[in-house]
Ligand binder design. Structure first.
Ligand SMILES: C[S@@+](CC[C@H](N)C(=O)[O-])C[C@H]1O[C@@H](n2cnc3c(N)ncnc32)[C@H](O)[C@@H]1O
Length: 294
């Protein structure tokens, strides 16, 4: 029996609300009114797919078994992504941030760059970072580049590790980049091992504080929008603490942290905002800097 043909199953408002609370408590993802329809449709789909008669059966299963819980969670995650999703962010990364890091770190030994892609979905974001570094950082081969790419979704991470993409996901990859950084395989284009070796994928839930070491850059794009205000605040504070002084936080276009108490410098470049952690000497500088073109 396929998911559509399954019998009508009982799922009360109360059970839906219990499931909603459980997901929020464990992952921080908040299904508010704007996403209510998406949430109830997906949970009902899941109930049918798992052949549970009632909502209480599903609740019991996800409370008892982590495998069952993760299966439901996977159905509820929004994992839309693509290479170079916001071209202006990668322009700013290439023209403003990488030259700054080059000057700051070139004479360090070892010459290491540590980057965290938090909520990396199927991997397009960390690989876009790796491509930008490889194409734009002077003497990129002489750097030790470590990109930690984490997500709560196991299926997405499996896809990311294989690094095979096709169709719309590759829409913003130039012909030159496709030839340089991808190999054609039967199922699409696979990111070459030189770039794949820069990236380490790991399952990680951003709702639990896990130590990842100091980072030069953190990309957390289109993840905070799914969290409650309180979770957002604590995560942004965690990112601040994790960044090296002078490090940058990249967020999605609709994610502003301007009202949060954390003291990032907001640098406005074209249509993107970069958040920079000031160095000890820079704490007196203005918090908002408009710089126009990248
Ligand atoms: C819309 S995608 C964004 C992907 C990519 N950052 C981008 O902007 O293209 C959001 C990702 O956040 C992940 N996510 C949501 N809640 C999470 C959590 N609590 N911990 C880790 N990852 C989470 C989802 O699994 C999903 O892959």
């Amino acid at each position: 029996m396929n998911e559509r043909q399954g019998p009508a199953h009982g799922l009360s408002e109360h059970e839906l609300s219990e499931i909603r609370m459980l997901i929020e408590e464990r992952t921080g993802i908040c299904f508010d009114e704007s996403r209510e329809r998406f949430f109830s449709t997906r949970v009902k789909e899941h109930l049918r797919a798992k052949n549970h008669e009632r909502g209480t059966d599903l609740l019991r299963a996800i409370r008892k078994s982590n495998v069952e819980y993760e299966a439901l969670l996977e159905r509820l995650l929004t994992q839309e992504t693509s290479f170079f999703r916001y071209p202006s962010v990668y322009e700013a990364f290439k023209k403003r941030v990488l030259p700054e890091l080059h000057v700051k770190k070139f004479w360090k030994n070892p010459r290491t760059l540590r980057i965290w892609s938090a909520g990396c979905s199927t991997g397009e974001e960390p690989y876009s970072i790796a491509i930008t570094i490889s194409d734009s950082l002077s003497f990129s081969d002489s750097w030790n580049v470590e990109i930690l790419a984490t997500d709560v979704g196991r299926h997405a991470l499996k896809h990311a590790e294989q690094g095979v993409y096709k169709g719309r996901s590759l829409g913003s990859v130039s012909a030159q980049q496709l030839t340089t950084h991808f190999a054609e395989v039967a199922t699409g284009h696979q990111v070459k091992s030189r770039l794949r070796n820069m990236v380490t994928f790991a399952q990680m839930n951003l709702a639990s504080a896990v130590y990842v070491g100091r980072m030069d850059l953190i990309f957390c794009m289109n993840v905070l929008i799914y969290f409650s205000e309180e979770r957002r605040r604590s995560l942004v504070q965690r990112f601040y603490d994790t960044l090296e002084p002078g490090g940058y936080l990249f967020l999605g276009h609709s994610e502003s942290i301007s009202k949060m108490p954390v003291k990032f410098q907001a640098i406005v470049l074209n249509d993107c905002i970069l958040y920079r952690k000031p160095t000890a000497e820079e704490h007196h500088k203005p918090e908002l800097v408009a710089e126009g073109r990248a």
